[in-house]
Design a protein around this ligand. Structure first.
Ligand code: SF4
Length: 622
């Protein structure tokens, strides 16, 4: 029986003990662990408890990182329980992005890059009253220390409690959280705090820690590669240039306006040979810099725009010019692992021209800190193939472990129905109608709610036309760019159909694809229509080529696996607890092909079948 002295619950469950054992091994030996650990295993407690025991004995600090703010709660609740059960003098800090903690009214209108400039200028000019109340000459004020003492007494305050307490006392919540972090055993934060180099270096300096002092636990680590790539990707467009020009003319600064016009002309010149047939091309670092330097010295141009935008931000909360500065600085970055491209897209009033510096290889960002840390634990319910994640994130000599699902196998059946396809060459009205028919045959036999996931909004619309004609149940439909409130409202209404049964039509990578919990009888069936493969555009082709050269696995790492990972996230919505029963339908002939089938569950309850209606009925009769 495995021992875990700081475990928050009375019993350690089977399989959970294996994860605890592996976390112990990793932290004890200073190694990294990459773990495929399915939902229901109790990952948070199984990772934090053994890591905390080691960290307290060896003067290490745990960073528990999540991809969404909503996931902080389970970590804080686990720590509260550890503190209570073991009567521990434990301190944890829950921190989110500075902008989201800022108590200055109206701050949510700003873009993150504009916000950091705004905050910097407010502090430097002594214009932020909250900051002045919190710090004087870089040190905590007596008043802030008193409030900090109150938060320390709480031991494990949530970020909401930190913000509320700071607001009540007119303090900067972010600075309060940073000061609290200095003595914390555990810091619960977003990925940015560790995987954005600038943020990490600034934060670690402030809390006086080195990378080797850290045990990093990354929750939902399947999100990390794309999240990191997005962080390191930068673009400017002709539309952004227009907004920037308006800003310059508002302040009647002709010199800045001339500089912006030159940048815009450069982008237009670089895109001259693009058209409807030939919409994108690679460009080089020099293509852009040489053209810019025909009029201005590149570094001086950045300095001039930066100076101007910092003045704008003293007056206003927004500056498009500051976003241009961020891009120009990023453009000086390395070529290895990145793609520089220019593309022409349809715009509302005029064609959109994007000049982008895109990160292709997340390991150029993640590898250094993962391997410098004392130990990094990467875990997720969908981290397969495990070795792919180790390679993509550049983890040296990892312990790689796949844990079994703790849920009874017989609570779920997986049906692969190879009767239709969304393959581009075979798309037609007849195909859409067939897909709609198969969907109805499935959902009609489900005594409860179903979600059907489509690869795109366009396909959802095409197939929905036929689906509404054939289907008898109430239909809910996801729409593009749903805000949090609308999404919640839709989910609340959907839940009301638990007995009667309704169908939610959604998109694989949309609002409902991951991160929603519909336990018990709230969701009985998930249908995944087609495969959400990327468009074979310049970026995808370059990615395939890049991973082919690096790992000889271009198609798998650059094309197949990312699509399958999204599919597995969707499938995971169906069974959220030990008692849930449900079916997952993979509706496309390609799911029966070995190159895709090898990623799907491989057990006695996974069937490739054309005749499934009776099976669904029988399953729900049990
Ligand atoms: S110093 Fe704090 S309160 Fe002031 S703008 Fe920055 S984050 Fe907001």
């Amino acid at each position: 029986m495995i021992e875990c002295n700081l475990f928050p619950h009375d019993k350690i469950r089977p399989i959970q003990d294996e994860l605890i054992d592996n976390v112990k091994k990793a932290v004890k030996n200073g190694l990294n662990l990459v773990a495929h650990a399915p939902t229901g295993l109790g990952k948070t407690a199984a990772s934090i408890s053994p890591a905390l025991e080691y960290a307290r004995e060896n003067n290490k600090t745990i960073f528990f990182l999540t991809s969404r703010h909503t996931q902080h709660k389970i970590a804080i609740d686990t720590l509260k329980e550890i503190k209570r059960k073991h009567d521990l003098d434990l301190l944890a800090t829950d921190i989110i992005g500075k902008k989201h903690m800022c108590v200055v009214p109206g701050i949510n209108l700003l873009h993150p890059s504009e916000f950091s400039e705004f905050c910097k200028s407010q502090r430097e000019e002594g214009n932020c009253a909250f900051y002045s109340m919190t710090k004087k000459s870089g040190k905590a004020t007596v008043y802030a220390k008193k409030v900090l003492g109150e938060l320390k007494k709480m031991g494990t305050p949530s970020v909401e409690e930190i913000i509320e307490t700071s607001k009540k006392n007119n303090l900067c919540a972010y600075e309060v959280a940073v000061m609290l972090s200095q003595n914390s055993d555990v810091i619960i934060a977003d990925y940015n705090y560790i995987f954005n180099r600038n943020i990490r270096e600034g934060f670690l300096t402030k809390i006086e820690k080195l990378p080797e002092d850290l045990i990093i636990i990354v929750d939902e680590a399947h999100n990390l590669p794309n999240r990191v790539k997005d962080m390191a990707t930068h673009r400017i467009s002709n539309i952004l240039m227009k907004r920037a020009l308006k800003e310059a003319s508002k302040y009647q600064n002709e010199e800045i306006a001339d500089q912006l016009i030159h940048i815009e002309n450069t982008i237009r010149k670089m895109s001259e040979d693009l058209n409807r047939e030939n919409k994108e091309k690679k460009v080089s670092k020099e293509d852009f810099i040489i053209e810019i330097e025909k009029e201005y010295e590149y570094d001086e141009l950045i300095a001039s725009l930066e100076f101007f935008s910092s003045k704008v931000l003293e007056e206003e909360k927004k500056s498009s010019i500051s976003s241009i500065v961020t891009f120009l600085e990023a453009w000086r970055g390395p070529d290895h692992g990145f793609l520089r491209m220019i593309e022409l897209k349809d715009g509302l009033r005029e064609p959109l021209i994007n000049l982008s510096y895109k990160c292709l290889d997340p390991s150029v960002i993640t590898s250094e800190i993962i391997n410098q840390s004392h130990s990094t634990i990467l875990m997720s319910g969908t981290l397969k193939p495990i070795n792919m994640y180790s390679e993509l994130l550049g983890v040296s000599q990892p312990i790689e472990k796949e844990f079994q699902s703790p849920f009874p196998e017989d609570n779920r059946i997986n049906l692969i129905i190879p009767k239709t396809t969304t393959k581009f060459q075979q798309r037609s009205e007849a195909q859409y109608k067939n897909i709609a028919q198969e969907c109805v045959k499935v959902t009609d036999n489900v005594p409860g709610n179903s979600i059907i996931f489509f690869p795109s909004y366009a396909l959802l619309d095409q197939i929905k036309k036929y689906f509404v004609e054939l289907n008898q149940k109430t239909i809910f439909t996801e729409i593009r760019n749903m805000d949090g409130e609308t999404k919640q409202e839709l989910l609340d209404n959907f839940k009301k159909y638990e007995k009667e049964g309704s169908v939610l039509l959604a998109v694989v990578s949309g609002s409902f694809g991951e991160g929603i919990d519909l336990p018990g009888d709230l969701l009985k069936c998930v249908v995944i229509v087609g495969l959400p493969l990327s468009t074979p555009d310049l970026e995808t082709k370059t990615l395939i080529d890049y991973f082919d050269k690096k790992f000889s696995k271009g198609w798998e790492y650059g094309y197949t696996a990312p699509a399958i990972n999204k599919v597995m996230q969707n499938a995971g919505r169906c069974i959220r607890s030990e008692k849930d029963r449900g079916i997952v339908v993979y509706l496309d002939e390609r799911y029966a092909w070995s190159n895709y089938n090898k990623y799907l569950p491989n057990d006695k309850n996974t069937l490739v079948t054309q005749f499934y209606e009776e099976k669904i009925k029988q399953f729900f009769l049990k």
